[in-house]
Design a protein around this ligand. Structure first.
Ligand code: SF4
Length: 453
């Protein structure tokens, strides 16, 4: 069937916040850039627009990318789109983690990264030989210009007008083995690196002044590829950036020279997965942390000494956690020098070791879809209890988490941490860093409040 256009959809959840959306569809921008220029391509972000599904027809190929949390919404959209006669391809994290879950309600599923399979799907659709399942089994090397963003895509997305923070990816993968992690199933256990010149070219072409690095564990490259990091930081230092943020683990504190270079490269803030304040959970942390608060404090202090802020990420509900853990987490955060904080409930996503163990022990709470068609994943948002905790009841975990978040995200605490974060910026950057000093906590508070929707 001759293709008329390719549409890529990001299902919505949050809508606009002061006129802009919070989650840029960066992966879709790269997939859209793989569509040959002769074929019109559009990205529809449901957070920004009402989806004009009534305009779709049999010659349209529609890709929907969804993580687990958004897969229920993707299913609803797929049903409506298929009624229009268009063909629906489902890709993204959830289909990679649980392909059999999706196969019954999509025309096509794309398992894996999609850099190879998406162009193949377009060709097969055009020739009328579409398969039902495409699997990208090998991790695409990032050193060969994979999915360079097309200018037509950048113009259409208009990221500076529509999104709060542009996303960027420079490395991908993580060799750790945290039992709850989906990233290693979606992005692989081998760290892959983009050529530095290519990343710089993208930053310049997109006219980025600030960005969030989506890399799963950018900080681990301090240990794995220190020379690459040094060269990258020196290249970024030459750009007129206002600041950028990334995800890391505690070991970055062991690399003072790289931290100095990172600061010169305009790195503002690390999001660090401390994960727990309970040393009993060490086994689940995949070798990246010990759950010891004295060590957490030392790490924060050493990173601050280089002028970089620290946002602490914590997960509640591991098997060693008890009702006392909430108080311990609250006390640690209150007395730490953290500049922002996130607390989430352990969530046993598909294909994780955690889920396998909980399933085997009969500890996964039922989550059948209300319409009787498969499972519902709406509660898999890290704000709800989806399994039987080992040392608490589900209600104790839910109530303890609720109490903790109300403590952490009390407006007075957000203001306190925000001013502290702001005060760490050099005077010359104080004006441009004011909003970002508060926005991380405000964003996590909004995420917590989803619990009550
Ligand atoms: S360190 Fe982070 S990305 Fe790596 S396995 Fe653990 S949770 Fe996943």
């Amino acid at each position: 069937m001759a293709i008329r256009r390719a549409i890529l959809i990001q299902p919505g959840r949050d809508g606009r916040y002061f006129g802009r959306a919070t989650s840029e569809p960066y992966t879709l921008m790269r997939l859209a850039s793989l569509v040959p220029l002769a074929i019109p391509v559009e990205i529809w972000d449901e957070d920004l627009m009402r989806l004009p599904i009534e305009t779709l027809g049999p010659h349209d190929l529609v890709g929907i990318s969804a993580k687990t949390l958004l897969i229920d919404r993707a299913k609803l959209l797929a049903r409506r789109i298929r009624r229009q006669g268009a063909t629906v391809v489902i890709g993204g994290a959830h289909v990679t983690l649980a392909p059999e879950e999706v196969e019954s309600w999509a025309d096509v599923i794309a398992v894996g990264e999609g850099y190879r399979s998406w162009p193949q799907i377009i060709r097969d659709f055009d020739r009328g030989v579409l398969q039902q399942r495409y699997v990208d089994e090998e991790w695409a090397p990032l050193d060969s210009g994979v999915a360079t963003l097309q200018d037509r895509v950048l113009q259409q997305v208009d990221e500076h007008r529509n999104y709060w923070t542009p996303y960027l990816e420079i490395t991908r993968g993580c060799p750790r083995s945290c039992t709850f992690c989906t990233a290693i199933r979606v992005s692989g256990r081998k760290m892959r690196l983009r050529p530095i010149a290519e990343a710089v070219e993208e930053i310049e072409r997109r006219r980025l002044r600030r960005f969030f690095l989506t890399d799963d564990n950018f900080g681990l490259n301090f240990r794995l590829y220190p020379e690459y990091m040094e060269q990258l930081f020196r290249a970024l230092a030459r750009l007129p950036l206002q600041g950028w943020t990334c995800q890391a683990e505690q070991m970055v504190a062991d690399y003072p020279d790289l931290l100095d270079l990172a600061r010169e490269a305009h790195l503002d803030k690390f999001f660090i997965g401390f994960e727990s304040v309970n040393p009993g959970n060490r086994k689940e942390l995949g070798g990246k942390g010990r759950g010891e608060v004295a060590h957490h404090r030392e790490v924060i202090k050493r990173i601050h000494a280089h002028g970089i802020n620290v946002v602490g990420l914590f997960v509640l509900g591991f098997d060693s956690d008890t009702v006392e853990t909430f108080q311990a987490a609250r006390d640690f955060v209150r007395t730490s020098e953290l500049d922002g904080v996130s607390a989430t409930i352990l969530t046993p996503y598909p294909a994780t070791e955690q889920r396998r163990e909980l399933l085997a022990a009969g500890r996964i709470l039922p989550h059948d879809a209300a319409d009787g068609d498969g499972l519902s994943w709406a509660k898999y948002d890290t704000n709800h209890v989806t399994y039987l905790p080992a040392q608490m009841t589900p209600a104790e975990l839910a109530n303890g988490y609720d109490w903790l978040c109300r403590q952490l995200f009390h407006p007075a605490q957000i203001v306190r941490r925000g001013f502290r974060a702001w005060s760490r910026h050099p005077l010359a950057k104080a004006r441009v860093r004011f909003v970002s000093s508060f926005s991380t906590d405000i964003g996590y508070r909004r995420e917590f409040l989803h619990r009550y929707r």
